[in-house]
Design a protein around this ligand. Structure first.
Ligand code: 9MR
Ligand code: ZN
Length: 762
């Protein structure tokens, strides 16, 4: 038996091929532009006539040759070189999977030799076995993406008239998905194989030539340069679709073992500019793949590139530049402007503009009292306005600005050119609404919305009665922390407004002092709208104490923060709408007074941040795509983005590159380096969401760039994803469908997280 399926053996065979593979790759590229240049240099093999072949001494079923007798040829790749002879040009080079290496030969109770001449295999069948599969040449790891058409073209000739077959097989189960049979003769003939993939993505597909032949005399045949073309606009090698910043970590992921080496190729010259090792190979349960990856961090030259793995699969083109994401952060900020409620946006928002909406007084639930709570942002694809997510989104904008104030311009949106950076104009729009959500006692209402979700209508046509829901400690604490942070940021631009934020924070703080219990209300039965439930207010309280300490320098606030931390250290954790602790912790760690006043507590805060960041690093390292996430739930992209922000905070405090690099990987994930080969940000990347869930965009039949969608949700929480088979790996549960609100909605607090992350990694 001759087998290459043994991993150890396969690796050593490949190891010896490394140099010739690299040489051939560059030749292939020349071939792309100049046609069969590489091929002219080499004589074409011809079938050996059957009657001149030496019968094998071991040509009997009982005496199949030992593996050691017939080593697999390994000095040159078995079938390689695309585009060489037959002139078939696939529509897009990206869609072509080239046959370069990775082929295995298997004989079972048969005897055959396989010799390789560049892209052609010459097969000598000494004893044909008792069934077609008795002699086969196959290659695993070919992606069969759902619904794609796989097309294979090859030519063959044979010294005798006989049949061979080609099959598409599920390599994991051995199931034959499609088989075609071909009658071969001495005349070299072209053959085609077409197969439409099934409903599920199958990444470990096999192509298998069955060459066994019962009852034949010894004979030879040649299979010439087969190539496979995949109609899906999917690549096998995953990168950030846009590209990489010059001095940042740069990685690509392979969904399976794609060889020992990968090349980075300059798309303008075809030259290999970097070669590296393909490493890894652990199963990632979130993707169901056996992911391997490559690192080309040290390639810093600006340019446009693509990656080719040793087995021939390639990536999309991407760039390496100083500023590959230019424009994205501004577009992401514009999304927030488009979410503005209570104002006429038609004079600046073009096709997506609407008249003033939701301006009627809102009734406080359970009373006859009405108040004015107009303004703020619509939360998401619905028109509800919720305190927890509003405060979270504002905090992101404030912290992004604090981190790099000089990077923000004053040139877009309705307040362009007013002397205040657009990002602060945007934050202020929400803050002005937040003031209105504060009751006379200083407590904060959690929500204003209509009593049921409206249809897919323009916001100005959503005329349902507005209702304001419940004062609670969760919303009040999130508000108080955010307002104190706003007081700090706005001081420079508008001291009066800053002071107003400070006083609002103080009123909320006083409410919290008189209301020590956690309160967090669910929607009453007669209200059917969005709901953000949060089982702790300690994070918001911690944020409040830290932000007020920082604003005032008053030790009492710091004492409260320390006491709370001693009681429950998780109060300092997280960056999310349920965990504001990380914002407070960061405020403390980045204020020199903290370290001076209490070095031990400073160290404890640092440990707290690093505990979390190190856990994210561990998650990322066990993930095939370096994703810092374990649970793909509703809003997984938001969590990935928030986790990226947290990692940058660890970098900021320690200077340890690893944190920043892992943060960059989170951005890479959002922009296409993921199992789905999709960007999750509209308008950016090769494949991005086109059918987001947004009443505004759907009612206007419009799209807009820079919106981050929720992403995969393994729990199938909408009518579209309900049909996905339950055993689908978590990170695959995504639908670019406007009815898939659990995976394809947009929100203010995912987009704010994106703005925050981009600010800190650019
Ligand atoms: O993001 C929220 C998610 O965690 C919840 O599981 C889900 C169901 O309550 O709600 C999500 O939030 C939505 C909110 O309720 C209404 N506005 C749109 C939000 C994003 O989908
Ligand atoms: Zn509105």
């Amino acid at each position: 038996m001759i087998s290459m399926s043994n991993k150890k053996r396969k690796l050593s065979a490949r190891g010896r091929r490394i140099i010739s593979a690299a040489v051939i790759t560059s030749a292939v590229l020349l071939g792309l532009v100049t046609v069969p240049r590489f091929f002219h240099d080499h004589p074409e093999p011809t079938p050996t006539p059957a009657d001149t072949a030496e019968p094998s001494p071991s040509a009997s079923p009982s005496a199949a040759p030992e593996e050691t007798d017939k080593p697999v040829p390994s000095d040159v790749p078995l079938m390689s070189i695309p585009y060489s002879k037959v002139g078939y040009q696939p529509a897009e080079a990206d869609n072509t999977t080239l046959f370069e290496s990775g082929w295995a030969v298997l004989t079972d109770m048969a005897d055959a030799t396989v010799d390789i001449y560049y892209d052609n295999a010459v097969i000598m069948v000494n004893y044909g076995g008792d069934k077609p599969e008795s002699i086969n040449i196959h290659r695993d790891g070919i992606p069969y993406p759902s619904g794609a058409d796989i097309y294979v073209y090859f030519e063959a000739s044979c010294a005798i008239d006989r049949e061979i077959s080609l099959s598409a097989v599920d390599a994991d189960t051995g199931e034959i998905l499609h088989r075609e049979t071909y009658a071969l003769s001495a005349e070299r003939t072209g053959y085609e194989f077409t197969f439409t993939c099934g409903k599920k993505n199958l990444w470990n597909g096999r192509l298998q030539f069955d060459l066994g032949a019962p009852n034949t005399d010894p004979h030879s045949m040649v299979i010439y340069s087969p190539r496979i073309v995949n109609s899906a606009d999917l690549t096998t090698v995953k990168t950030n679709h846009i590209g990489y910043t010059r001095y940042m970590q740069k990685r690509c992921t392979f969904p399976y073992d794609a060889g020992d080496l990968f090349d980075v190729i300059d798309a303008s010259t075809g030259n290999i500019v970097y070669s590296g090792a393909i490493v890894g190979g652990n199963t990632d349960d979130s993707t169901g793949e056996n992911n391997c990856w490559g690192d080309f961090t040290t390639l810093n030259d600006s340019g446009e590139y693509y990656i080719r793995a040793q087995i021939g699969v390639v990536s999309h083109h991407f760039v390496i530049t100083d500023d590959p994401f230019s424009g994205l952060r501004e577009d992401a900020l514009s999304i927030l402007s488009l979410q503005r409620c209570g104002t006429d946006t038609s004079w600046w928002a073009g096709a997506i503009g609407h008249g003033a909406c939701h301006t009627a007084p809102a009734k406080i639930y359970g009373s006859e009292q009405t108040i004015d709570v107009s303004g703020g942002w619509h939360d998401a694809g619905d028109y509800g306005r919720y305190m927890k997510t509003g405060a979270k989104a504002v905090s992101d904008l404030l912290f992004a600005y604090m981190y790099d104030p000089g990077s923000f311009k004053d040139e877009r949106g309705p307040e362009a050119g007013n002397g205040v950076p657009d990002i602060l104009d945007e934050a202020r729009y929400e803050l002005e609404w937040m003031f209105k959500m504060q009751g006379p006692d200083g407590g904060i209402y959690n929500t204003v919305m209509t009593s049921s979700f409206p249809g897919t209508v323009d916001p100005a046509d959503d005329n349902g009665d507005l209702v304001v829901l419940f004062t609670e400690s969760t919303s009040t604490s999130d508000f108080a922390g955010t307002m104190a942070a706003a007081a700090e940021v706005f001081w420079k631009y508008d001291p009066e407004f800053s002071h107003k934020c400070y006083l609002a924070s103080l009123d909320a703080y006083n409410w919290l002092m008189s209301n020590p219990d956690h309160t967090n209300y669910t929607n009453p039965e007669d209200i059917e709208g969005g709901l953000y439930l949060d089982d702790s207010d300690l994070d918001g309280r911690f944020y409040t104490y830290m932000a007020l300490w920082r604003r005032t320098g008053d030790h009492d606030y710091l004492t409260l923060a320390k006491e709370l931390y001693a009681q429950d250290p998780t109060c300092a954790d997280g960056i999310s709408w349920t965990s504001f602790g990380g914002y407070g912790r960061y405020l403390f760690l980045t204020d020199a007074r903290g370290k001076d006043e209490d070095p031990a507590f400073y160290q404890e805060m640092k440990n707290s941040l690093l505990r979390e960041a190190d856990e994210l690093i561990r998650m990322s390292e066990s993930s095939g795509y370096q994703t810092a996430l374990h649970n793909y739930a509703w809003g997984s992209n938001g969590s990935i983005t928030d986790n990226g922000v947290l990692l940058t905070m660890a970098y900021d405090v320690t200077g340890i590159q690893k944190y920043q690099q892992t943060a960059v990987e989170q951005l890479n994930y959002l922009l296409g380096k993921n199992v789905l080969d999709r960007s999750f940000i509209t308008g950016y990347g090769r494949q991005y969401p086109h059918y987001v869930h947004s009443r505004l965009l759907q009612s206007h039949k419009a799209s807009v760039n820079g919106a981050l969608v929720g992403g995969p949700d393994a729990y199938h929480e909408d009518p579209v994803t309900a049909d996905i088979p339950l055993d689908t790996p978590p990170a695959l549960n995504y639908a670019d469908d406007s009815e898939s609100y659990s995976t394809n909605e947009i929100t203010i607090y995912w987009n704010s997280a994106l703005i925050h992350l981009l600010t800190r990694v650019e």
